[in-house]
Write a protein that binds this ligand. Sequence first.
Ligand SMILES: Nc1ncnc2c1ncn2[C@@H]1O[C@H](COP(=O)(O)OP(=O)(O)OP(=O)(O)O)[C@@H](O)[C@H]1O
Length: 235
Amino acid sequence: MNMAEPLIAVVGLGKRYGGRRVLQGVTLSLARGEIVGLVGANGGGKTTTLRMLAGLIRADDGRGTVLGRDIRKGGSAGIGYMPQRLSLYPELTVHENLRFRAEIHDVTGPRVDEMVERLGIGPMLDTRFERLSGGWARRVQFAATMLPAPALLLLDEPTAGLDIVTRNDLWRWLADLAAAGHGIVISTHDLTEAERCPRILHYADGVAEPPTTPADLIARSGAATLEAAVAVLAR
Ligand SMILES: Nc1ncnc2c1ncn2[C@@H]1O[C@H](COP(=O)(O)OP(=O)(O)OP(=O)(O)O)[C@@H](O)[C@H]1O
């Protein structure tokens, strides 16, 4: 795809399950180097949005492209999707999991070592994945997602359960990745965290509002913080 083309350019994406419309109105353009946050109440449609963008489920409404591919056709090449539920092999060690991931993505050379070094997971390499604490498990999952150096990162609550140090580390990595030209879409219930996103999509009652800034959402709600704004708008 052309380097100047947006990584995501979608209009009016929606999803229905069994005739019930669970999500509508996802309109988003994401350029290289941008971070967009998805915020809103439980069940609003953030995970559904990420799954549609990742090509895991088909949108029922709307149109557009992700990494230059028609969203209706799907495809996952170049996309790093990190689901909420951890998806590595519990009985394999961290190192075995990362090597296996590298193999299935045809990642060769020192990339595994680089990610281990970068994310500081060296001390955990020989630990079985199932024995890791929640924070370490998320770190390893993030490393696994980053192995193929995807142009587009779709992260579903990657900081849930992380302590403040790891959370700050992760945001530093995200800022570095954005500076290096990756595009990032991240859902979170931590609204101080969402304030780090230059743009956000706010979900209310199964509708994604047009992209806005944290400051705009705060101003529109009359609240003092993003956290209070989302609470006000959820009522
Ligand atoms: N496979 C499915 N079948 C039927 N309904 C579904 C399915 N997946 C999601 N939904 C419904 O779609 C709506 C949006 O769910 P989704 O998980 O996208 O919300 P969310 O914003 O990610 O929520 P949370 O903040 O709790 O993670 C919910 O009403 C949910 O019940």
